[in-house]
Design a protein around this ligand. Structure first.
Ligand SMILES: Cc1ncc(C[n+]2csc(CCOP(=O)(O)OP(=O)(O)O)c2C)c(N)n1
Ligand code: SF4
Ligand SMILES: [Mg+2]
Length: 319
């Protein structure tokens, strides 16, 4: 279970200096985000929900001229039902398998109405993206549909009680993998989508919301299919205390397990914290595993295997 001492101590950061530097360099900071809110205060997400962080920030980046397309998921619950929905933007709730196709239809409707400049944004969970919705998403990418697709990856089917999905990492305990954890490795969805040759694929983390904001903002300036995959900690599903969402999310990135990057017109580049980590010492992956109850059945051999995979991947980045 959770044990705060698992986190290594880092030197204290001078927040005022960092903020000043970022403002001088014209980077995105919390001070220059719009004050307009598109998610009402008070909604049905659990406390500490990573999705609720990126949803609030992502909608700020998208702005009012946006239509959302959402399949069944925790996001449907977070949004709630009309007339008490928490989102102040039009949202179409669609069937689980159809998100990519439904977004295609909304884009077609906007074209027919000559409202070409609307952001049509599919926003789906990992189960709705990696497993049941992948056919519709793949079709939309292959056809070159003019949509933004955001997948929030909490690494299981959370809304229905934590069942394993294609993106659940190997060894994770879920209600459908309750003894040894999931046997298979995590499906690399951004790589699958990138293999369609679309113009923009990015990864992000709820623990680095401004990096996510910049990527969503950039996606709104591009056209064609754009895909953003966001690592999204979930306190009840991952079994950690809800106050540690950002720390757990940051550990996934800092240990080199989940990388922040963009693939723009086929060109791969690390971004943000991952870019800063190249050539630097990283905390062992076991620090991340120890921060959550869902990894408690991992044995030493599996931890060594994952560490070796991460080291090999980063040796490639360092080259
Ligand atoms: C065809 C179909 N099968 C199953 C369901 C039940 N269902 C609703 S939400 C959900 C889980 C979605 O998981 P994910 O996409 O990862 O989103 P999360 O709940 O984790 O936010 C399931 C299985 C459904 N609504 N439709
Ligand atoms: S179960 Fe997880 S993803 Fe779903 S609302 Fe709760 S914290 Fe968020
Ligand atoms: Mg999920």
């Amino acid at each position: 279970m959770w044990f705060p001492g698992n986190f290594r101590r880092h030197p204290p950061l001078d927040w005022a200096e960092t903020l000043k530097k970022n403002i001088m360099e014209k980077k995105t900071t919390i001070l220059n985000l719009t004050e307009e809110e598109f998610v009402h205060p008070g909604n049905r997400a659990c406390s500490g929900c990573g999705l609720s962080i990126i949803y609030r920030i992502g909608l700020k980046a998208l702005g009012r001229n946006t239509i959302l397309v959402v399949p069944p998921s925790c996001l449907t619950v977070l949004q709630g039902l009309y007339p008490v929905a928490s989102t102040q933007l039009p949202c179409v709730n669609v069937t689980f398998a159809s998100t990519g196709a439904a977004a295609t239809g909304v884009r077609g409707a906007m074209r027919a109405l000559k409202k070409e400049n609307v952001n049509v944004v599919a926003w789906a969970g990992d189960g709705g993206t990696a497993d049941i919705g992948i056919q519709a998403l793949s079709g939309a990418c292959e056809r070159g549909e003019d949509i933004i697709y955001i997948c929030y990856d909490n690494e299981a089917y959370m809304n229905t009680g934590v069942q394993r999905s294609g993106t659940t990492p190997q060894g994770v305990l879920t209600t459908t993998t309750p003894i040894k954890g999931k046997l298979q490795e995590k499906k690399d969805v951004p790589a699958i989508i990138a293999a369609h040759g679309i113009g923009y694929v990015a990864t992000a983390s709820a623990a680095y919301p401004l990096d996510f904001y910049d990527k969503v903002k950039k996606a709104t300036t591009l056209s064609g299919p754009r895909y953003i995959h966001v690592h999204t900690p979930c306190p009840p599903g991952w079994s950690f205390d809800s106050r540690y969402t950002i720390k757990v999310g940051k550990l996934a990135v800092k240990s080199g397990l989940f990388d922040l990057y963009e693939i723009e017109n086929g060109e791969f580049k690390l971004t943000g914290e991952s870019k800063r980590l190249v050539g630097k010492d990283k905390p062992p992956v076991n620090d991340y595993f120890n921060s959550q109850g869902r990894f408690k059945s991992l044995d030493e051999e599996m931890v060594k295997k994952v560490q070796a995979q991460v080291d090999a991947k980063w040796a490639g980045y360092d080259a």
